[in-house]
Design a protein around this ligand. Structure first.
Ligand SMILES: NC(=O)c1ccc[n+]([C@@H]2O[C@H](COP(=O)([O-])OP(=O)(O)OC[C@H]3O[C@@H](n4cnc5c(N)ncnc54)[C@H](OP(=O)(O)O)[C@@H]3O)[C@@H](O)[C@H]2O)c1
Length: 322
């Protein structure tokens, strides 16, 4: 590998996990205001496999070839002109460029310095890489979008997953009464994370046992058993459903208007300052990061297969460098 090249997961066509291959590609160079980060670990998210097969952010990235991946944790290797907030050698994490391509499944990324934050000191690179996209989604949905207040009732669907396990912890931190949906094997763990109630969505209709909710963090969507539509029934008048997987269909918008509740589409954005606050919570021991498995870069296809199974507790991560 020359100094001008690096290893990265490349795909030349849309398709199944088999299109992912580790290849040698040109190493990026930082422009003014950007940093070059040597990536130690990269987080895996559902948007990765959706984009791989031609949905997700494929419309933004355009036709392959491209390098997937947005979540990275690593070390600043070089800084572009004008960068004053980070230095060579700093350990950083981030979700740069989203929804444009960031090339996180590679040994180096370049991005604006302020889209990164210092990595939580208490977290390994593998744990830190599991944080940005999922935690920023939970944070931006609960804090910036729903403005959750102490005492409010928050329902988190898919609470055991990547976004959900952060949403449970952040909602608790904000002083909410937290209700989590998950299969029963995850209930004890979710209570340890801060859930006040756990509902087994496989055993009961959640709308039969949950009510008076101020905010629904919907990480499942209508594709699974009309979860969004059914969630409108549990909201208080004026309550808010944040529709995270697939936005708001005309049918959902109409049903919400009829019931006097609100729905909003949502897309996560790069946010260095929020990552700084999240790192503080992790370092203070108030938020834990659950990594279900770490895969070497060469096993990226297996990692996608496991993720697409839809039963991950917490996050999956790629080890990119030692
Ligand atoms: N719009 C955005 O900006 C944005 C950002 C991030 C994520 N997303 C989307 O949000 C969704 C969730 O993302 P994620 O990273 O959290 O996914 P994930 O980690 O893959 O979610 C896996 C979890 O989903 C749970 N689950 C599956 N079906 C469920 C159901 N019907 N009810 C309750 N829980 C269920 C499983 O729990 P059990 O094993 O207990 O069943 C599992 O723990 C994805 O569609 C993703 O693309 C959107």
């Amino acid at each position: 590998m020359s100094a001008d090249t690096m290893r990265a997961v490349v795909q030349d066509s849309f398709g199944g996990p088999e299109v992912l291959r580790v290849e040698s590609v040109p190493r990026p160079e930082p422009l003014p205001t950007e940093v070059l980060v040597r990536v130690h670990a990269a987080g895996i998210n559902p948007v990765d496999w959706k984009t791989r097969e031609g949905t997700g952010m494929a419309g933004v990235l355009g036709a392959p070839p491209f390098v997937l991946g947005w979540d990275v944790s690593g070390v600043v290797e070089a800084v572009g002109f004008g960068v004053t907030t980070l230095r060579v050698g700093d350990e950083v994490y981030g979700m740069p460029w989203f929804p444009r391509a960031a090339g996180g499944y590679g040994e180096y990324v370049t991005a604006p310095a302020r889209q990164f934050a210092r990595k939580p000191a208490a977290a390994s690179h593998e744990q830190a890489a599991a944080v940005p996209l999922a935690a920023l989604t939970a944070w931006q949905a609960l804090v910036d979008t729903a403005d959750v207040r102490p005492g409010q009732r928050v329902l988190v669907h898919a609470a055991a997953g990547g976004v959900g396990h952060f949403a449970v912890q952040f909602a608790k931190h904000l002083g909410a009464h937290v209700i989590a949906t998950a299969s029963s094997a995850r209930h004890e763990w979710l209570r340890e994370l801060g859930a006040d109630e756990a509902v087994d969505y496989r055993a009961v209709r959640f709308e039969d046992v949950v009510g008076d909710v101020d905010v629904v963090i919907d990480l499942v969507g209508d594709a699974h058993d009309k979860t969004s539509l059914r969630s409108l029934e549990v909201l208080r008048p004026g309550g808010l459903l944040v529709a995270i997987p697939a936005g708001v269909s005309p049918e959902l918008a109409e049903a919400a208007a009829e019931r006097g509740v609100r729905v909003t589409p949502f897309l996560v954005e790069p946010d260095g300052p929020a990552l700084h606050k999240i790192a503080e919570l992790i370092d203070a021991g108030q938020v834990v990061v659950e990594v279900a498995a770490v895969f070497p870069l060469e096993q990226v296809a297996q990692a996608h297969i496991q993720g697409e199974g839809g039963r991950t507790r917490g996050k999956l991560v790629l080890r990119v460098a030692e």
